[in-house]
Design a protein around this ligand. Structure first.
Ligand code: NAG
Ligand code: NAG
Length: 425
């Protein structure tokens, strides 16, 4: 490959000599040289002017939030449309998998919902856009913005008096953290703190329900996983940032009186799911006749997951919002103790990955080409299994969809969304 210099200055000797002579002629006298210098200075100055003009222009043209029309959309979307106990919820990550489902469920029962999402390209943004369209059709407005943008968050709290925040925006995935660790810090740490800062300063303070993860149990071997089990052995940076989030939210609860509920999700799956998850990418590969990689633990032990169907998780999220209790602070000052809760939201019946694949084969009516590979020690844990008695006790959480049924619904959605023609994928 030619280097940049090589492209700019072809190394043909004859040409180079010509150019040299040419330069020589131009700078022959000092007065011409002075004129040239003047010309260069003028050129540089006008370039700098043009650049700064473009910068301010860019900021204006790419600003995706602000303005009268935008504010009206936010106010409308945040409006509570039921008579008793309605809430107005800011849903972060609203174009995401869980975020879009929770937003629709809240809207359906008359709560006010405003979404925010940065539509990053961790996975196919067109799926996020499609979820956004679905929400728009249901009168839910989604702000195109980042949760680490404190000006935007302050503005949103200024124009809509959110009673609750459903914080689901996050950088997900365990292996991607080795590729892009900064992204986990940006969303799961910096973004979280920015959001909490704005929440603690707002008046009244909202109650916050947010997505932690079953991955905080890390190398924990005691089953089922109970909320009181140790969570100080994360196996991935993703898990570590979620664990950090639990500690950070505790601080804001303790100092500022924010009502906090952390939800440890266990492998949530279903229609409109995340393409980076195994059940989703397996479905795509099986339909395309491509092989799938099935990880195994040491001694050929199958991995198992406590797969939890999206509708069950949505019920858990809404149950958490309904029972969250109030934040007690205002204007950055705590007035009394506020609730701090953590719940597992799982299904309590782990299924091995090969069994999950067999279910997909059955629903897709296609046999999978399986490559069994020993799991690399780079983030995945061998199994997860939730003890959900705490969420059951607090708000009657009771998952009702088994994996067989849930995957059937997922496959039905997948085929209707992507079509039987898999060529375009
Ligand atoms: C998040 O926002 C803060 C404050 O605006 C900024 O200083 C910081 O660089 C941002 N952090 C990341 C990781 O983007
Ligand atoms: C499940 O968690 C509860 C506390 O929420 C605890 O009392 C119970 O012993 C746990 N069950 C098991 C089987 O670990």
């Amino acid at each position: 490959m030619p280097s940049l210099e090589e492209e700019l200055f072809p190394s043909t000797p004859g040409k180079f000599k010509d150019r040299n002579r040419h330069f020589h002629r131009c700078f022959a006298s000092t007065s011409t040289m002075f004129l040239w210098a003047l010309f260069l200075i003028a050129l540089t100055a006008s370039y700098i002017c043009f650049q700064s003009f473009m910068d301010s222009g860019n900021r204006y043209f790419t600003a995706t939030w602000g303005g009268h029309h935008w504010e009206k959309n936010v106010i409308n979307s945040a409006q509570i449309r039921r008579s008793h106990g309605g809430m107005s919820v800011l849903v972060t990550g609203a174009a995401g998998f869980v975020g879009s489902h929770v937003s629709l469920a809240l809207k359906k029962r008359g709560d006010g919902v405003v979404g925010i999402d940065n539509f990053n390209n961790y996975y196919d943004p067109s799926l996020k856009k499609a979820r956004k369209n679905l929400l728009n059709q249901n009168s839910i407005f989604i702000v195109d913005g980042d949760i680490n943008d404190s000006k935007l968050l302050v503005k949103l709290f200024d124009i809509a008096r959110f009673t609750h925040v459903m914080h689901l925006a996050a950088q997900a995935g365990v292996r991607y953290a080795m590729e892009n660790p900064g992204s986990y810090i940006h969303s799961n740490i910096a973004g979280l703190v920015t959001l909490l800062e704005v929440c603690k300063n707002s008046n009244p303070q909202p109650a916050i329900v947010w997505a932690s993860s079953s991955s905080v149990y890390g190398l924990n071997e005691k089953v089922p996983f109970s909320e009181s089990d140790r969570t100080d052995q994360p196996a991935s940076l993703y898990a570590a940032t979620k664990k950090a989030g639990e500690e950070i939210t505790h601080t804001y609860n303790h100092i500022y009186g924010l009502s906090i509920t952390g939800l440890r999700f266990f492998t949530v799956y279903g229609p409109w799911g995340r393409p980076d998850m195994a059940y989703f990418s397996f479905t795509r590969n099986i339909l395309q006749g491509k092989p799938i990689t099935v990880y195994r633990g040491k001694n050929r032990v199958d991995l198992a997951r406590d797969f939890t169907y999206i509708d069950d998780v949505v019920k858990g999220c809404i149950g958490s919002l309904d029972t969250s209790g109030k934040s007690t602070g205002s204007g950055g000052k705590k007035r009394g103790p506020a609730p701090y809760r953590i719940f597992n939201l799982g299904n309590t019946s782990p299924v091995t990955v090969p069994m999950m694949v067999a279910m997909l084969e059955k629903h897709l009516k296609v046999k999978a080409k399986k490559n069994f590979v020993v799991m690399p020690g780079n983030g995945d844990v061998p199994f997860t299994h939730a003890n959900i008695s705490s969420a059951r006790k607090e708000f009657g959480y009771k998952p009702t969809t088994d994996l067989q049924t849930g995957l059937k619904k997922f496959v039905k959605w997948y085929l209707s969304y992507y079509g039987y023609d898999q060529g375009k994928l």
